[in-house]
Design a protein around this ligand. Structure first.
Ligand code: PLP
Length: 448
């Protein structure tokens, strides 16, 4: 293969490639980093600079970049059966086996899966499933969905409508049957209140919203166990039990969006297990294939599945690549590695507590107001004044400056609002966590 220079690639890219979540005008001028290869927990740019990937790609390569077994599974599947659809009463071996493998690792009472290619499509699918469920129950007026401000559920029109990112809503017209309540972000919105009291109050907004909209009209509540893209918002302990109580008492389906929290990130297979609540539907994507192939879907709990399976007529929803054989082969290999190597148990008992403990040292750092996290995901909230929680002056630039400093020091982290976010691969060892913490510390020092 002819070696193309970095400058050439950057030029093609700037001239022709419209990137997701990117300021197009700025990108045309400044261009970006071309990532050319990866190994274990490191990515390498086209000029060979090594960067420790503190974001597991985009929260998806939980087992890092050197899982040869997944690569081989995809390879051999592409040779055997590169594609066939799952429509018209057809299936394929990896899709059937992956469905079984997912049921095996899901909480009790989850025995069915609908496959998509992404988390966004999975959340669109949730809406379709929920509407179909209530239609079959002869409650067709139950169509409204409640979600949260600053939640993230994807980028298609329906998923972005579920999401509560205000800057996204400003750019399109959302669907009108989605309503939002506040997020359980105690540090930003709790003021002087007790954390657990705040958790209860925010959860009870769901009850108020149901009353306002009419219980007979509300179909479901959707939320992430920990808000990832919103800045790793870990809810107070009181939050999820109260949400569960309300959904149970008011006959509202509960959807746990586990696109980031699933597959071990919070210390269990799913975030709902870490936070001890029982959803009716679970959205998954990303780490299900360790990010090596696109795959997402919805785990459907028995309460919903029994109605769907008993309904007459066709469910009019599906995607050409639902249950793609190569993606499912990647998923089967990923789950097998996680089980055989006891990745979740090992991470939860050692590396995750070590990461959280090491990051807590930044609580004393002059520009860090809060360190929060759970399992293998964490955020540091940057502040100008720890006491008043006032932002750093000209703060819009502080987090991106800090992120750029981290990258210059060989660490990929993400700037979300005023927070520095990290979600490193679960296959890190303690020495690699030390390296991550050291590089993050240098970036914080440069920002203070
Ligand atoms: N849901 C959550 C919680 C996410 O974090 C994301 C993506 O980051 C999505 C849904 C959308 O997933 P995808 O980008 O695969 O469409």
């Amino acid at each position: 293969m002819t070696k193309v220079t970095t400058a050439q690639l950057q030029q093609f890219d700037r001239a022709h490639h419209l990137h997701p979540f990117t300021d197009f005008k700025q990108y045309q001028k400044q261009g970006g980093r071309i990532v050319s290869r990866a190994e274990h927990i490191y990515i390498y740019d086209h000029d060979g600079q090594q960067i420790l990937d503190g974001m597991s790609g985009l929260w998806c390569c939980n087992l890092g970049y050197s899982q040869q077994r997944i690569v081989e599974a995809v390879n051999s599947q592409l040779q055997q059966l590169p594609y066939y659809n799952n429509f018209f009463n057809c299936s394929n071996q990896p899709a059937a086996e992956m469905a079984k493998a997912l049921v095996d690792i899901s909480p009790d009472g989850f025995n069915h899966v609908f496959f998509t290619n992404s988390g966004s499509e999975a959340n669109d699918t949730n809406i379709r499933l929920v509407h179909r469920y209530y239609d079959l129950l002869e409650q067709p007026q139950k169509k409204l969905i409640i979600s949260r401000h600053n939640g993230y559920h994807g980028s298609t029109i329906a998923a972005a409508s579920l999401g509560g990112m205000s800057f996204m809503h400003e750019q399109f017209r959302g669907i009108d049957y989605v309503h939002h309540i506040d997020q359980p972000h105690w540090y930003a919105e709790g003021g002087d209140s007790d954390r657990n009291e705040f958790g209860l109050q925010v959860a009870r907004q769901l009850e108020k919203k149901i009353d306002e909209l009419g219980e007979e009209n509300v179909a479901a509540f959707i939320a992430e166990p920990i808000q990832g893209a919103g800045g790793v918002i870990v809810p107070p302990e009181t939050y999820w039990p109260e949400i569960q109580r309300i959904c149970d008492e008011r006959d509202i389906l509960l959807i746990s969006d586990e696109v980031i929290c699933g597959f071990g990130r919070t210390g269990a297979w799913f975030g709902c297990e870490t936070f001890n609540f029982k959803p009716d539907l679970i959205t998954f994507a990303k780490a299900v294939t360790n990010g090596y192939q696109p795959l997402g879907g919805v785990m459907v709990g028995d309460k919903v599945a029994s109605v769907l399976l008993g309904g007459d007529g066709e469910f009019g929803h599906g995607l050409t690549y639902s249950g793609h054989p190569a993606s499912c082969a990647a998923g089967i290999a990923t789950l097998a590695i996680m089980k055989e190597q006891r990745i979740i148990e090992r991470t939860a008992s050692d590396i995750a507590p070590y990461l959280q403990q090491q990051l807590r040292q930044f609580e004393d750092h002059p520009c860090v107001g809060e360190v929060r996290g759970s399992g293998m995901v964490a955020a540091l909230e940057l502040v100008g004044d720890k006491h008043s929680r006032a932002k750093i002056a000209d703060n819009s630039a502080a987090a991106t400056f800090c992120r750029d400093q981290a990258i210059a020091n060989g660490l990929m982290v993400r700037a979300v609002g005023d927070a520095m976010v990290t979600a490193p691969p679960m296959v890190c060892d303690r020495g690699e966590i030390d390296l991550l913490v050291d590089r993050l510390g240098r970036a914080l020092d440069a920002t203070a």
